[in-house]
Write a protein that binds this ligand. Structure first.
Ligand code: PBG
Length: 328
């Protein structure tokens, strides 16, 4: 056969595959999620997330030192609120000495600008019912919730958070939080909006992590996106960008790669993919049980980059860097 173009030429050497690879992943692409718990010297297992732990604020040093050593640039924090501090309106979210605010101060004190601190804004770790907002007559109240989220954000930023990441999906929260930040002279605080956050079954293990699991399950479909929709996600993203979001989170990551790619094409803003807890546990168990070779992690992480994400939140972050990036 005489062919002018042979697509396989480029794939015929390791060096040419490496040289012309379109996407790459590096340690600085990862954001490490950290679960927090009250107490001293704690490192607790999370049943549904093998090899992921909850740490007390005084016991974070080894983990964060290791993250920094591995080239991770930012962490995102999630608190497990003691059951007796939860109530129907999530009051503990507005306690300046709550677990998250204490932890932020502790980390800031130890690391200053060495690593970015991202904090989640939503009421679900603090409410008895596990919803992200205030519940009245069985419905999540938008405007009342936003007022709380603004205060929650200001407390986190005052404690030292670098990035506020509202994951609550209330209308108008980015606008209100951005206004409050400007007015209070937090002009360079970044907002990472979980704009495209889908109502998903893949958050199950996370809820175990923060202790917000409800026996009868929890239906967040009146605020989180419907998995059948992409236009709705793009409208949400456009609105949040106009309201002052700097970066956009797409979540879950794997089942919504098309949304990452459409967002990249349409808005060209920094995108963060959240490789969520359910994806983590599913993959981790598959590897543990030798159903998959751990190399599938490479395929998974690069899929986020190929789709257009700038960064990836992943419970695999350190493991991935140690296994695949450090030994070249
Ligand atoms: C809270 C929040 C959730 C996650 C991040 N922030 C859970 C939820 O909305 O129910 C999930 C993250 C994961 O599954 O890894 N609003």
């Amino acid at each position: 056969m005489l062919l002018l173009k042979r697509q396989r030429r480029l794939r015929s050497n390791k060096w040419s595959i490496n040289l012309f690879r379109e996407n790459n992943i590096s340690a600085s692409d990862f954001i490490l999620p950290i679960f927090l718990t009250d107490g001293k010297n704690q490192k607790q297992e999370i049943k549904s997330m093998p090899n992921v732990h909850r740490y007390s604020p005084d016991n974070l040093k080894q983990l964060i030192d290791n993250a920094i050593k591995n080239g991770i640039q930012a962490i995102i924090l999630f608190p497990q609120t003691p059951q007796d501090k939860k109530d129907a309106v999530g009051s503990e979210a507005l306690n300046e000495n709550n677990l998250i605010n204490k932890s932020i101060r502790e980390i800031k004190k130890g690391y200053n600008k060495e690593i970015g601190i991202i904090t989640d804004v939503a009421l679900d770790p603090y409410t008895t019912h596990g919803h992200d907002g205030i519940l009245k007559d069985n419905s999540v109240q938008n405007d009342e919730t936003v007022e709380k989220l603004v205060q929650q954000s200001l407390l986190q930023v005052t404690s030292g958070a670098d990035v506020i990441a509202p994951s609550d999906m209330m209308d108008g929260r980015i606008f209100s939080i951005r206004n409050a930040l400007e007015k209070n002279n937090f002009k360079n605080t970044l907002i990472l909006s979980y704009a495209a956050k889908y109502a998903s079954g893949f958050y199950g293990p996370f809820r175990d992590g923060v202790g917000s699991t409800q026996k009868e399950g929890i239906d967040k479909s009146s605020y989180q996106l419907d998995s059948a929709n992409s236009d709705d996600a793009l409208r949400q993203i456009e609105g949040d960008l106009k309201d002052g979001a700097d970066m956009i989170m797409i979540k879950p990551g794997l089942t919504y790669l098309d949304i990452i790619s459409q967002t990249k094409d349409k808005y060209n803003v920094p995108i963060v993919a959240y490789n969520v807890s359910g994806e983590y546990s599913m993959i981790k168990n598959g590897i543990k049980n030798k159903i998959f070779n751990e190399n599938i992690l490479k395929e998974i992480m690069i899929s986020f980059k190929r789709a257009g994400a700038s960064a990836i939140v992943s419970y695999f972050a350190i493991e991935y860097i140690e296994k695949f990036l450090n030994q070249k």
